[in-house]
Design a protein around this ligand. Structure first.
Ligand code: ADP
Ligand code: MG
Length: 290
């Protein structure tokens, strides 16, 4: 049975913008071993800005941006929104047909009847398209574009690390959390950059949503050493991982309904350090009850 005082703890947390969906999660929050964060929209702002367009194979930069913006018109992904915004002109949606969004990869659509791909290396490679440009030192997220099977160029987009993320990592460590980990569908380069900036213990990159679930299961350990694991996501594509964690946490009022539904804890503000606060409240609640 659950001590009555746990409900007081839940009330106190909710006044601080932390919604805990059941008294049993007080117990788990108080004893977390590993906190796993999603990258985009969680440790970073998830607000992307286009900062470079590099055409290839005789395409013009403006045409690359236009094709990408048309292909991305129907997507809610922050990457898509930044491309549409950078393009700036009105988009005639009737020119976009056969639209398909492939989770963790990007977009396939016809624009004026031309087959357009806009997404990461995995997407283009899976369609047998070779990427011509390869530069070192890129830290931004790269969206590659192909038109009718020909590589047309790439768009570099940058996101920013939240100021609050470094504080969150420090506080979690001070609370005795053993490992702070990041999972992302983004490239290894971007993941490494964010991980080093935040002094994370580990990161895993280029993961599809299902692979994030598998990685989380792995982090839980086995019967002999079963770690208590929290996953924190912004809800774009990560409802399955949220559901799989011992404590699934959805951050930000912007999360999808599916993620808020799947979550055990909802953080109302976009502040990763609220996870540390939730742990402190859980421990305090437990201590005043026993
Ligand atoms: P994260 O795991 O960092 O939250 P996602 O799983 O949402 O990222 O996306 C993983 C990767 O898939 C992105 O970094 C991007 O390369 C690609 N991607 C996803 N959606 C789109 C899109 N609409 N347009 C272009 N690329 C996309
Ligand atoms: Mg995400």
């Amino acid at each position: 049975s659950i001590p009555l005082g746990y409900f007081g703890g839940i009330g106190g947390a909710s006044r601080r913008g932390i919604l805990i969906k059941g008294a049993n999660f007080i117990e788990t929050l108080a004893n977390l071993d590993i906190v796993v964060f999603d990258k985009t929209g969680t440790l970073t702002k998830g607000v992307f800005k286009v900062n470079d367009v590099k055409p290839a194979n005789n395409f013009a930069a403006q045409e690359v941006l236009r094709m990408a913006a048309y292909a991305e018109t129907y997507s809610n992904h922050p990457i898509a929104k930044s491309i549409v915004e950078a393009y700036g002109d009105t988009i005639e949606k009737s020119l976009v047909t056969d639209y398909k969004e492939i989770v963790g990869h990007g977009i396939m659509a016809k624009v004026e009847g031309k087959q357009v791909l806009a997404g990461n290396e995995k997407l283009l490679k899976s369609r047998g398209i070779e990427i011509k440009i390869n530069e070192d030192g890129l830290v931004g997220t790269v969206v590659h574009i192909a038109v009718n099977g020909i590589y047309a160029g790439r768009i570099t987009i940058s996101d920013e690390i939240r100021l609050d993320s470094a504080k969150a990592v420090k506080e979690l460590r001070n609370l005795g959390v053993k490992r702070v980990v990041m999972l992302t569908g983004d490239t290894k380069e971007t993941a490494k950059y964010v991980s080093e900036a935040l002094n994370l213990d580990e990161y895993y990159a280029e993961l599809l949503p299902q692979e994030k679930v598998e990685k989380l299961e792995e982090l839980k350990g086995d019967d002999r050493t079963r770690y208590k694991v929290a996953f924190v996501g912004d809800g774009i594509n990560d409802a399955p991982v949220i559901a799989c964690a011992d404590v699934g946490i959805a951050m930000g009022g912007l999360g999808s309904d599916a993620a808020i539904e799947a979550a055990d804890v909802v953080i109302m503000e976009d502040m990763p350090s609220k996870i540390a606060e939730a742990i402190r409240i859980a421990r305090y609640t437990k201590n005043i009850i026993v």
